[in-house]
Design a protein around this ligand. Sequence first.
Ligand code: PHB
Length: 400
Amino acid sequence: MRISRFRQAVMVTIALLLVFALGVPAWAARPIRIGFMAPFVGVYTQLGEDMDRGFKLYLDEIGNKAGGRELQVFLEDTEGKPELGPTKARKLLDNDKVDLLSGIVHSGVAISIRDIVVERKVPLILTNAGAPALTGKLKSPYIFRVSFANGQQDLAGGWYAYHKLGFRKMVVIAPDYSAGHDKANGFMKYFKEAGGTVVEEIYPPLSTNDFGPYLTKIADQGKAIDGVWSFFSGSGSIRLVTQYEEYGLKDSVPFFVIGDTVDDAVLPSMKDAAVGVKSYHHYADTLKNPENEAFVKAYVAKYKTKPGIFSEQGYVGAKVIAMALEAVKGDIENTDAFLAALRKVKFNAPRGPFAFDESQNVILPVHIRRVDKVGGTYQNTVLDTIPDVDQDWSPAKMKK
Ligand code: PHB
């Protein structure tokens, strides 16, 4: 029997369509599900909101698609409480069936889900929580961090305090939990090694609302100190910086702090109390590079407010995930290939060049900043930069 040419053509077309349809892996149609964990109540609320905004801004920019697949975000409020971490992570994994986890502000929350992600082989891309162990003695191929290890920026900050700013005798004040101690230890390392003295270490509770008793202790030091280093973040930083001025310390004992304490997002609440405060961090919204200028413009257009450190970290986290998904053409089901692609991610971020070290923690530029009031608004002006600061940074790594 002779088949007409027309029927032949129809059959070939159907066969080709079938091959094509069957040849397309089943996963291609399914959206990729991202579990995003952050605090939306408590002292770190501002950080959670900013991280989430930055993350979503980048996803918007790419039309919520990467590697040919739609991206869906499932949000969980950790309340900044380590004891809630495992329940929230399990909910995302078991109920929402997410393919990867991201976000997390509080180190304790990140530590609390470490074994879950490692046992279940789920990629975790941290966008803040700096517990050094997660990219140190508890590191895992599944864990990445785009923000910082607590202590990392501080290694360079302590060195800078002594050698470039001339501090000799300081008090350190930080919240009494792992992040506070890890950052303080990082700062003190090369400050002391250079010859600096830490006259007193003060660790108030993370939830401190009234810094009065601690500031009285600092004031009692009188001329025995020439500076104060601090790490407080979110609502804690607003109370600390405003009370520091109220206690008359601002002009007599200069602050030199980690940037979290004077993040761009909290400056409007601190008003003139923050003016003149010097700090160090990987980000400032005034950075002059094309990536930052585009980021700030898009962020302000969408949210009507300037981005801060945590907004940038969320944005960078989303970009890192999307770049790795592009590299594996959306095949997140091939976990090993996706992890390998993550490790290779390199690009120019708003903060400067982005790359992971061998332990999957980010290498950072550390910018020295000063709070200025310009045309009625507050900003962190960049004064200097220490490039390529990794979690094992030492002064020997300074490029001559
Ligand atoms: C942390 O818990 O690791 C942490 C929290 C807030 C920050 C920085 C680090 O601003």
